[in-house]
Ligand binder design. Sequence first.
Ligand SMILES: [Fe+2]
Ligand SMILES: [Fe+2]
Length: 335
Amino acid sequence: MPTPTPAQNTFNPASPQAAAAAAAKAAATTNTGTPGANQPAQAAPSSTASKDQAVANALREISHIATLPEITLKIVSIVEDPSSTAQDLHNVISKDPALCTRILKVVNSAFYGLPGQIGSINRAIVLLGLNAVKNIAIAASLAKLFKGGQLTPNFSAKDLWTHSIAVGTGTKLLAEQMKIGLGDEAFLAGLIHDIGIMVELQWDRNKLVEVLEKLDKAGPTADMMAIETQVFGATHQDFGSALSEKWKFPKSFTTVIGFHHRPMDVPYDQRTMAAMVFVADRLAAQIGAGFKGDTLSNPDIPADVLDMLKLTQDDLTAVKAKLPDAIKVAETVLG
Ligand SMILES: [Fe+2]
Ligand SMILES: [Fe+2]
């Protein structure tokens, strides 16, 4: 795996823009960041500038996806504002009865581990905390973005949503296995990691079809990100991390989205969640849950990532065994 040093030189966590630019630049130079991966010839050195241009063009033209539901944006800003209170969050959420119902469905599901105990949003906030309720609210509001029919025999927005739920669930199970808490944050990080593919779908459907057809033709170890770079001038990591910034998501989510295929390029102290999503992405592919086209060239879980997370093969086996049932529960509440 690449050493983290070059990324540390370019990845400036103080600036989301710099992080996105670093992501784009690193993707241009390292592609998947996986030595030995089957990497088709990349488009002639698309410079960081042209990659940034592609990302900027995409975000400008997809205003309908680049705007989260207004209520979700409000929830994000309330929780990011240190002066806001639980009452502020309650006031916003209670204006949307459908969202209230959905949140209560999630927190009362077996998936969340408190079945049937929470009768109101206020109670959810008291028991789970502002941040957890915010993460659940965002998760509950995302499903409607993943709309669209069958694009190719191997891809639909629904397949991507199935995959996203699987990776969210896997990341949450890993957080539980690692006993680090953060289950709701882990779930949301996994749920949104491939959101850049939805940016591609919304921006230029024909180009995404071209990517997917080339992916199918390239065979079982095809490198989706190399093909995306040829066709779009940038990858779903680039598009997704830029969208996350536009949505004003916390930087930790932007990092996960921008680095989920090469978590070891993230500075050590911010790497954990990206590495967990990387692992969950591969576990989801192994059990055949939804779209997996972007992990074909790099399906294994390398020892250095597991070591970094202090996970053993037994831990992975345990998580993988729980995954299918946990996905079913998550699909019931979010699907
Ligand atoms: Fe991906
Ligand atoms: Fe994925």
